[in-house]
Write a protein that binds this ligand. Structure first.
Ligand SMILES: [Zn+2]
Ligand SMILES: [Zn+2]
Length: 415
């Protein structure tokens, strides 16, 4: 009997505790939306998030959170200590916008010409600011929460360092050492009120390749006097597509090769001396990625040489694979389900987009999940990320706050 009543009391205590946090989360919605509108209206490019980082730092300071500024250029890191010692959990949001002119007619549309939050990072920041506010008002947890606001996720400008890699280099995961990290990406293509997860490879690695095809210039009327790099290029493009369609084991993981730019020649009757190609490789398995890279070099060089020309291939790795730790995913799945409801936590396919969040997951366990941001009751079409029509529904964000808050608390509570 005694045991039963103790269980009952602790159940009631637990329940009332989470009820009160749930109420606080609902109460913060107005602020959450106004933060997001403010960021959306004032977007800043990668490594130029000056105003953005100031807004975040001031908010965290107003909550009594210990703040470090300018971590990895404009990153802001907040440390919130609970009442007792314990584990350390990291929560991450990215801060940068894109060089796109907004096409949405919103009361809070971008006032910075040619710059737009077209990937939803404005909502990520607002969600994490709200999460920080809720947690700072409920410090009766054991352990520490580290809020990681990171700039330049879309990639720093050429010649500059930035993003997750730079923040890690500057010690964002140390002192106190972060035991696990959680992050979300909102999606304009997925319905709101739903959370999408996938253990292991979730977002793809991205590598950029350039191929310089060198031939020999001649008159367009006498091609036999030169070596035509345009015809060689046509063979290279077609052959490289067979790396995916004929040589990659696509039942294991997906992979993509896309050419984004083909450049060469300047007149209808001149065969040029060179053609330059550039494109991207997306993959969810490092073995497959290495194979694709090797074959791009072999095919480009082999084909060009056989025609008497010369190919120079350069491949540069961008983001790594966003590899969600399967053990951590399993452990925290009940937390996702209790926040969103069983039926709203959905096992996702892998995605061939990339995220520099991957670098945190190279260092410590954790995961990235996707949050639906598309209001299916609206008539507007679900717009793709990185377009002038990109749009996220405000009411999609509250679930993000709930999931992030509970992930932090549930992880700190866990064995
Ligand atoms: Zn993006
Ligand atoms: Zn993004």
């Amino acid at each position: 009997m005694k045991k039963i009543s103790i269980i009952l009391i602790s159940f009631i205590l637990n329940f009332s505790h989470s009820q009160s946090i749930d109420n606080q989360i609902s109460d913060i919605e107005e602020k959450l939306i106004s933060w997001r509108h403010d960021f959306h209206k004032n977007p800043e490019l990668s490594n130029r998030e000056f105003r953005t980082s100031e807004v975040i730092a001031k908010h965290l300071e107003s909550l009594g959170i210990e703040v470090s500024r300018n971590v990895g250029v404009n990153g802001v890191v907040g440390i919130l200590k609970g009442n007792k010692k314990g584990k350390v959990v990291g929560l991450r949001a990215d801060m940068d916008a894109l060089p796109i002119t907004e096409n949405n007619n919103l009361p809070f549309m971008s006032i910075n010409n040619g710059v737009m939050h077209a990937c939803g990072h404005d909502s990520h920041m607002a969600i994490l600011m709200a999460t920080a506010e809720i947690l700072s008002k409920n410090r009766d947890f054991d352990g520490t929460v580290k809020f990681i606001f990171q700039g330049a996720e879309e990639g720093p400008p050429p010649g500059e360092e930035g993003g997750a890699r730079m923040m890690i280099k500057e010690g964002v995961l140390k002192n106190p050492d972060v035991d696990a990290i959680f992050g979300l990406h909102i999606s304009s293509l997925l319905p709101m009120n739903k959370v999408y997860y996938k253990p292991k490879g979730f977002f793809a690695s991205s590598s950029r390749f350039t191929i310089k095809v060198l031939g020999s210039q001649t008159h367009g009327g006498t091609p036999w006097l030169g070596i035509d790099p345009i015809v060689i290029t046509a063979q290279i493009i077609n052959s490289i597509q067979t790396i995916i369609s004929r040589e990659s084991e696509l039942t294991k993981e997906p992979a993509v090769i896309s050419f984004g730019k083909v450049e060469g020649g300047n007149r209808f009757n001149i065969i040029p001396s060179e053609v330059n190609l550039t494109g991207t490789i997306r993959s969810l398995d490092y073995g497959m990625r290495d194979y694709i890279k090797k074959r791009i070099i072999e095919l480009s060089e082999g084909i060009t040489t056989s025609f008497g020309g010369k190919a120079i291939v350069e491949i540069e790795d961008g983001a790594d694979i966003t590899y969600n730790d399967p053990y951590m995913m399993d452990k925290m799945l009940p937390s996702l389900r209790s926040s969103a409801g069983n039926e709203n936590v959905i096992l996702s396919n892998a995605k061939t987009i990339a995220e520099d969040y991957a670098y945190y997951l190279n260092e410590i366990p954790g995961f990235l999940f996707e949050l639906g941001g598309y209001n299916t009751n609206e008539l507007r079409k679900a717009p793709s990320h990185h377009t002038p029509d990109f749009f996220i529904d405000d009411s999609a964000m509250l679930l993000g706050v709930k999931v992030m808050t509970n992930l932090a608390l549930d992880f700190l509570k866990s064995e």
